[in-house]
Design a protein around this ligand. Structure first.
Ligand code: BG6
Ligand code: MG
Length: 220
């Protein structure tokens, strides 16, 4: 019954989640706002503007529109520097194997990232050709935890959301999958990704047979 598996990018296919963290922490430090990994957990999957809003509100800081735009640019410039060296060796273990299993099972592969840099990262990883549809974060009205990006990818793949499985490392992302009425696979810790239907510690443990069995059980 699985028609498609729709993947998040940052933190699922490669370790760019860490680069987002480093770049946000530099911005927070500069503004004298403390920003640790616990804060970062709330920002995973959250788009650029809302991430900065979170950091500013944590520091009770109000900035002008010009400053806000400048901070967004600074963060992205640093992020672009950090991802400059990304290459196919940065793909998480298990990803290529997982994609091969899906292709063999005639399951479509989609990408639902909140990042406006997603296409660039996918190209650097050398996996662009493996996707049947790549969602565009800039073209959806509401960002994660809203379901928009997952629904737009299902639409692009021409499959019904109820036959889709979403894969996410972020709390906001798992919420987005569930709001889209899809089966949610979490990559990370089950204590963190409490809304997920099934959690694997990492992509190398992703077992499509187990996913399908759990998916079938949940649908009955
Ligand atoms: C998500 C990341 O995939 O994309 C977030 O989990 C990031 O950390 C968001 O802020 C937006 O990314 P970008 O590249 O558009 O700033
Ligand atoms: Mg992610």
């Amino acid at each position: 019954i699985t028609s498609a598996v729709i993947f998040d990018l940052d933190g699922v296919l490669t370790d760019t989640a860490e680069f987002h963290f480093i770049a946000w922490q530099a911005i927070a430090n500069k503004l004298d706002i403390t920003f640790d990994r616990e804060d970062n957990e709330k920002l995973k999957g959250v788009d650029r503007e809302n991430s900065l809003k979170y950091i500013l509100s944590k520091g009770n800081l109000v900035v002008s529109t010009t400053e806000f735009e400048q901070l967004l640019k600074e963060k992205n410039d640093q992020y672009l520097t950090l991802i400059d060296e990304v290459n196919p060796s940065h793909l998480f273990d298990g990803v290529l194997n997982c994609f091969a299993v899906l292709k063999k099972s005639n399951v479509k592969i989609g990408l639902a990232s909140a990042s406006k840099n997603a296409s660039l990262v996918i190209t650097k990883l050398g996996i662009e050709h493996l996707f049947d549809f790549i969602g565009d974060a800039a073209s959806v009205a509401n960002s994660k935890p809203a379901p928009d990006i997952f629904l737009s990818v299902a639409h692009g793949l021409k499959v019904s959301p109820k036959n889709c499985i979403g894969v996410e490392d972020a709390v906001a992302g798992v919420s987005a999958i569930k709001s889209a009425n899809m089966f949610a696979v979490g990559i990370g810790e089950s204590q963190v990704l409490t809304q997920a239907d099934l959690v694997f510690p990492s992509m190398s443990e992703f077992d499509f047979k187990r996913v399908e069995t759990a998916f079938l059980l949940s649908a009955t």
